[in-house]
Each structure stands twice: as structure tokens, then as C-alpha cells.
Design a protein around this ligand. Structure first.
Ligand code: GDP
Ligand code: IMO
Ligand code: MG
Length: 454
């Protein structure tokens, strides 16, 4: 049985917390895409763990797998493993031999290109994600398996590094250092390969996971980023370079689509919207790039909106886990969620952060868009069209600030009535049941309505 956890919006929906909660029943937690651009927060025994690469389940003694669809920076990998060990944990992490390696020149080029792109820049995490996936598709990448074979590693580097160096120096006119030096890279990455081999960390991912499924173990597939950051289904080009959508779980692990489809696909929804990085955002509150339809028209309202944005940002701790950047915030965008529900085939939803909105008089939702004079209910395919969409809002009566830990202990019925109305609206519109409700960052602050493994 597999359970796939997918972000339904723009990342940071609280996937790590849900993986931690449901992952309790899992034997293996595997990531299928992305790399150390992710930032997942897991609160365990009062201690906060921030992981950007290692699967969240590793904190709780599960086998953590980085699937073939991931891009792996060995430096981050070993840093995170060493940090977890220093904190008394014994993470068991495996890495797919087919996964691609992020090399220092990828990171350098990520930064260089972001600066060059101006309006087209996605505001990347500068972790080298895009350039590594580019090389994967260009069939000039270095894979984890190559690190274990020094001759192959040398051959790959000798082909690719001069091209990268020329790109940096001649096209972008930048000075380069040891991140573009073949000998230095060869020595450093060969050593990483030795450590991977010594610690017996590499696997043939699909086979490894299928064997687990066959003996009746439970596998959790942990998505990073979110549907609107998907390179195919997101708001291109303000996206990441992989497929966070559920289809990515099959390609990025080597488990067949029927195996994934036999299980559950849970969409993680933040009760409002937040994003780091650039691009349009029809339901945005305030912000430098205010796309909100003139909100309710007047200057005072605009100032209020800015205040509201700051309030939600602070209440929700909306500052990037990896980069610390303040996130842009907005109201829930239902066309975005309808798009996500279809693209992923959600079987259940986890709606997080309803506590953050507590105390507001009204909570608004972008129910549909007005697009060229017509009402539409899902996202249009181009980002230029999306930028022309004006959200049509529906208002919900707010719910009070309550003792959320007590609510969590009591269960769904204890959730303030107006918040229940809000949750039911989301479930109805997406035709998908709510499996869990997040009312705070801690593991005990999640109300489980349905456990997919039971
Ligand atoms: P991920 O990238 O989707 O795993 O999410 P992040 O960990 O980057 O961001 C989610 C943040 O919200 C973390 O700081 C979580 O501890 C926190 N969080 C998760 N669920 C809830 C919730 O229901 N309420 C509140 N207040 N915080 C939450
Ligand atoms: P988690 O897993 C939020 C955003 C970046 C940028 C775009 C491309 O924590 O939800 P990249 O470095 O991937 O090339 O950046 O995607 N981004 C995220 N935003 N949460 C994430 O991960 C993100 N990973 C990437 O801000 O706009
Ligand atoms: Mg995050």
C-alpha cells in the first residue's frame, strides 16, 4: 500500500507535518522529485527539525529513500545526516543510483542565470535544481551511480565541465573558480561516492520499493514543492524543474502507476495561500506585485490589505524554511485547487493552518476567476492568461481563536462551526473528503479524520 503526499498549491503547505503524522504507519518514506530546494519542518518531541533533502520520515526511524527523480547534493545529504546523528537519531537514508547529482557548477549557474533572467526569474532557491535537471534532460548529467565508479565519473566530468565553464565565462562573462575545476570536482565527488558505498546507501530504487510493497510493507511517497510549481502543470516559468504532481511519484521512484494508483493520493492544502518567489498571484493580499483586483476599491482598503497580509504572514510564520525570505500571502485560490485535484487525482485532503486565520472577522476565498469577461473555475494553461484573471471572492464568517490543542484532542466536532463550514466548502468544491485538519505546527495539533493506512 502506498500513500502519496502532494502539495496542492505553491509549496510549504505543511507536507512535512502530514508525512510525519501518517508516516508513523509507514515503513519507508521516499521522495520522488526535487532536491535541497525543499524545506520541510517536522516537530518531534518538542524539537523542530528542518530538512531540505532527507525525507521527513528519517526523523522517526523510517527508511528514507531519495528516489531516481530527485536531484541530490551530496554535501547537503551528509550535512543533514551528520546533524541528525549529532542530535541522537540514527537516520537510515538510501539514495537511488539513478538520481542525478547536483554539482557546484549547477549551483553557480543557478545564481548566474537568475540574475540574468530579470522578469523571467522564478526567484529560485539557488540550489542548482534547474541546471541539474537541464543536464539530466540534456543527457550530460552525473548520476549517483557514477560517483561509485571513478572512471565513469572522470569521463562525465571531462565532457561536461568545459562546457559549463565556457557558459559561465563566455556567455555570462563571469569569473569561475574551483566549482568548474575538473580535478577538484573529481576528487571531492569520488570521496562522496566512497562514503555512499561505505555506508551502503545506494539502491536500485524501483526494485527496492517494489520488494517492500510485495512483502506487505507500507510505503509513503513524499512530494516536495507543489502542483503550481510543477514544471508541466504549474505557472511556467515561475516553477521548479521537476514534477511534484502525483504522476511524478511513479516516474520518480520506479513504482508503476497502478501501484501508486492503488493507494491514496493526499493533497495538502494550506487554508490560505503563500509563496516564495515571483509570478502572478490573483488572490494575493498586498505585496509589492499586487495582483489583487483592486481589492475592494479604496486606498484604506489597500492599506488594510497590507496589514492583513503582514498579520497572516506573522501568525503563520510565513518565512522560507530554506532561505528565510518573507513569503507572499493571499486568500485561498479555488481555481488553483480544482486544477490540483484534477491533475493529481486526490483521494483525500489535509487542510492545514486553519488556526492562523482564527480571529479574523471574515475569511475570503477566490471562488472563481473573471477572465476576459467570463467566469472560469480552473486555472488557464498559460501564465500570461493567469495573470489576467481577476479573482471573484466569496466571504466566510471568521472563527474565533480557541485552545487549538484542546480542539485537536477532542476531534473534528470541536472545530469552531464556521471553520467547519469553510472545510466543508473546500471538500465539496473539490469533491474530495477532508482526511486531516491542521490546527497548529505540532504533531498533536492535527485532527485526523481518516488514516489512509487503516
Ligand atoms: P512543507 O514544505 O510543505 O513541508 O511545509 P514547511 O515545513 O515548509 O512549512 C509549513 C510550516 O507551517 C512549518 O513551520 C510547520 O511547522 C507549520 N505548520 C504545519 N501545519 C500547520 C498548521 O496547521 N498550523 C500552523 N500554525 N502551522 C503549521
Ligand atoms: P517545499 O518542499 C516553496 C520555488 C522557488 C522558486 C521556484 C523555483 O518546502 O514546499 P527552484 O530552486 O526549485 O529552482 O525554485 O520554486 N520553490 C519553493 N517554494 N516551497 C518549496 O519547497 C519550494 N521549492 C522551490 O521559490 O519560485
Ligand atoms: Mg517548505
Amino acid at each position: 500500500m502506498t500513500v502519496t503526499i502532494v502539495g496542492s498549491q505553491l509549496g510549504d503547505e505543511g507536507k512535512g507535518g502530514v508525512v510525519d503524522l501518517y508516516g508513523d504507519a509507514a515503513d519507508v518514506v521516499a521522495r520522488y522529485q526535487g532536491g535541497d530546494n525543499a524545506g520541510h519542518t517536522v516537530v518531534h518531541d518538542g524539537t523542530k527539525y528542518k530538512l531540505s533533502l532527507v525525507p521527513s520520515g528519517a526523523v522517526r526511524g523510517k527508511i528514507g529513500v531519495l528516489g531516481n527523480g530527485c536531484v541530490v547534493n551530496p554535501e547537503t545529504l551528509f550535512d543533514e545526516i551528520d546533524t541528525l546523528r549529532e542530535r541522537g537519531l540514527e537516520p537510515d537514508v538510501r539514495v537511488a543510483e539513478r538520481a542525478h547529482v547536483i554539482l557546484p557548477y549547477h549551483r553557480a549557474l543557478d545564481g548566474i542565470e537568475e540574475a540574468e533572467k530579470e522578469d523571467l526569474a522564478a526567484g529560485t532557491t539557488k540550489r542548482g535544481i534547474g541546471p541539474t535537471y537541464e543536464d539530466k534532460a540534456g543527457r550530460r548529467g552525473v548520476r549517483i551511480g557514477d560517483l561509485l565508479d571513478p572512471d565513469v565519473l572522470r569521463e562525465r566530468l571531462e565532457y561536461v565541465v568545459p562546457q559549463k565553464k565556457a557558459l559561465a565565462e563566455e556567455v555570462f562573462e563571469k569569473e569561475t573558480g574551483e566549482e568548474f575545476d575538473i580535478d577538484h570536482l573529481y576528487e571531492t565527488y569520488r570521496e562522496y561516492g566512497e562514503r555512499l558505498a561505505d555506508e551502503e546507501m545506494t539502491v536500485d530504487c524501483g526494485t527496492f520499493l517494489q520488494e517492500r510493497v510485495d512483502i506487505g510493507e507500507s510505503v509513503m511517497l513524499e512530494g516536495a514543492q507543489g502542483t503550481s510549481l510543477d514544471i508541466d502543470h504549474g505557472v511556467y516559468p515561475y516553477v521548479t524543474s521537476s514534477n511534484p504532481t502525483a504522476g511524478g511519484a511513479t516516474v520518480g521512484t520506479g513504482l508503476g502507476p497502478t501501484v501508486i494508483g492503488d493507494g491514496e493520493v493526499i493533497g495538502i492544502v494550506k487554508a490560505y495561500l503563500s509563496r516564495v518567489g515571483t509570478g502572478p498571484l490573483p488572490t494575493e493580499l498586498g505585496g509589492v506585485e499586487d495582483q489583487t483586483p483592486d481589492y475592494h476599491g479604496d486606498v484604506d482598503a489597500a492599506a488594510d490589505e497590507e496589514e492583513l497580509a503582514t498579520y497572516i504572514r506573522d501568525e503563520g510564520g510565513e518565512y522560507g524554511t530554506v532561505t528565510g525570505r518573507p513569503r507572499r500571502v493571499g486568500w485561498l485560490d479555488m481555481p488553483m485547487l480544482r486544477h490540483a485535484a484534477r491533475a493529481n487525482g486526490f483521494t483525500g485532503l489535509a487542510v492545514n493552518h486553519i488556526d492562523v486565520l482564527a480571529g479574523l472577522e471574515t475569511v475570503e476565498v477566490g471562488h472563481s476567476y473573471e477572465f476576459d469577461g467570463e467566469e472560469i473555475f480552473t486555472m488557464p494553461p498559460t501564465t500570461e492568461q493567469w495573470a489576467r484573471c481577476e479573482a471573484t471572492f466569496e466571504s466566510f464568517d471568521g472563527w474565533p481563536e480557541v485552545d487549538w490543542a484542546a480542539v485537536a484532542a477532542e476531534g473534528y466536532e470541536a472545530i469552531p462551526e464556521n471553520a467547519q463550514t469553510y472545510l466543508e466548502y473546500i471538500a465539496d468544491e473539490l469533491d474530495t473528503p477532508v482526511y486531516a485538519v491542521g490546527v497548529g505546527p505540532g504533531r498533536e495539533e492535527t485532527i485526523v479524520v481518516e488514516n489512509p493506512y487503516e
